[in-house]
Design a protein around this ligand. Structure first.
Ligand SMILES: Cc1cc2nc3c(=O)[nH]c(=O)nc-3n(C[C@H](O)[C@H](O)[C@H](O)COP(=O)(O)OP(=O)(O)OC[C@H]3O[C@@H](n4cnc5c(N)ncnc54)[C@H](O)[C@@H]3O)c2cc1C
Length: 382
């Protein structure tokens, strides 16, 4: 870009016109400042080490080989709507799944509805029902922060550990497409209200060509073109980033600030007249005993015990929280770990253990993930 075009595009033209007498060095400083604000060359260095780890969590992704169960069945004289089994995509697809579940509730003709579960799926389902005029009570064993939804990284990942590829049916495709569209749109409406949802850049740093992303759907397939809602990933040249690596790619996506979002959803639910009751359900008979004639089951991995669903299994994922760092508004993704810049910490993640019910954090896993990121961070600007 030539100098005149640069000044025009950056809005510095007015400054330049009014400062004819300005020394050339002052102009260069102004240009540089604008560059710092807009480029990925000057990222604040990440401070990460084991002694900065303040919390570790292990959550169980409710993975269902057939994809999320969003369907209704009769339970005695009641209508039971299921909305569980969202794997590694529950945050991303929550609002769209809630919308699909609310449609099934509408067909029951009932106006008083029980929602079981107070994770992101239960809360968004309850809110969606309130939007449509239902009187909703949430029954739940536990609330944040003792739920899987509180132990998620919180990124837009609508097709992560969602379904076995060979189980994709036209029915699944239609529901997924709708849930994807509704959820994406809803999250854009949460922008600007605070920092509940933010868009951030992520740097994939490696010494080999682009790391393949793990997705259950083939994004190259035209059928899935609707998923291309994010800006295109860019390969950066050496001078365009501060990392010491042969390959650096920048992509841009959404981060959900999980604690504040769960609080927002809960507060809104209560403000609009919803009630929350602490109660555990061990079987379908327990659900049948509820007063409400329509019940939505949003129990995540807890649905395994209640419904005996053989397709549902846990995929555990461990996170380490590093002291939040002001101005670090970017993410790193490298072999062995990734970071998410959240308000409650620099979240470091990277583990997936299929069929593991163990929720005790493993020190070695934390060390491996933290050290992988530390190496990348320590080498910045070297
Ligand atoms: C490490 C990790 C990272 C993740 N990252 C992302 C991400 O970046 N993006 C994304 O979209 N998704 C992500 N996920 C997935 C996402 O967190 C889940 O899909 C989502 O939280 C599931 O929400 P849920 O409401 O169904 O389950 P939960 O949050 O587990 O909520 C279930 C609720 O039901 C209640 N309950 C359960 N059993 C019973 C019972 N028997 N009786 C009464 N109440 C009961 C629980 O107490 C709880 O309130 C991640 C998950 C993990 C573990």
């Amino acid at each position: 870009m030539n100098r005149r075009l640069f000044l025009k595009n950056t809005g510095l033209a007015t400054l330049a016109a009014g400062a004819v007498a300005c020394a050339p060095s002052a102009m260069r400083i102004a240009e540089k400042q604008v560059n710092i604000l807009h480029s990925s060359r000057y990222l604040p260095k990440l401070r990460i080490s084991m002694d900065r780890v303040i919390k570790e969590t292990v959550g169980l992704r409710p993975y269902r080989t057939l994809g999320p169960r969003i369907e209704k069945e009769a339970l005695g004289s009641k209508t039971l709507v299921h909305n569980y089994g969202h794997g590694g995509s529950g945050w991303s697809l929550s609002w769209g799944s809630a919308d699909l579940a609310a449609e099934l509730v509408a067909s029951s003709g009932e106006k008083q509805v029980a929602v079981i579960g107070c994770g992101v799926i239960g809360l968004t389902t309850a809110r969606m029902l309130q939007f449509k005029g239902y009187d909703v009570t949430i029954y739940t064993k536990e609330m944040a922060p003792n739920i899987t939804s509180s132990k998620a990284t919180g990124t837009w990942s609508p097709a992560h550990r969602l379904i076995e590829r060979e189980n994709i049916t036209p029915e699944f495709y239609t529901k997924f497409k709708r849930a994807h569209e509704t959820s994406f749109r809803t999250y854009q409406n949460l922008l600007g209200l605070g920092d509940y949802v933010v868009w951030t850049d992520s740097y994939a740093v490696s010494n080999g060509p682009r790391m393949e992303r793990e997705h259950d759907m083939d994004e190259g397939d035209d059928k899935y073109a609707f998923m291309n809602v994010l800006p295109t990933t860019v390969a950066l040249k050496k001078k365009e980033h501060p990392f010491k690596a042969d390959y650096v790619y920048r992509s841009t996506s959404m981060v959900f600030n999980i604690p504040s979002l769960l609080k927002l959803y809960t507060d809104d639910f209560l403000r609009f007249g919803g009630k929350v009751k602490i109660q555990e359900f061990k079987s379908l008979e327990d659900i049948d005993a509820l007063a409400e004639k329509c019940v939505v089951n949003c129990t995540g991995i807890g649905a395994k015990q209640i419904t005996q669903d053989e397709c549902l299994k846990p995929i555990s994922g461990q996170l380490a929280f590093v002291i939040p760092q002001n101005y670090v508004d970017y993410r790193i993704n490298t072999q062995g770990g990734y970071t998410i810049n959240r308000k409650d910490g620099i979240v470091v993640g990277g583990t997936h253990k299929m069929d593991s019910w163990d929720t005790t954090p493993n020190k070695e896993d934390t060390e491996q993930m933290v050290m992988a990121i530390k190496k990348v961070a320590d080498e910045m600007y070297t």
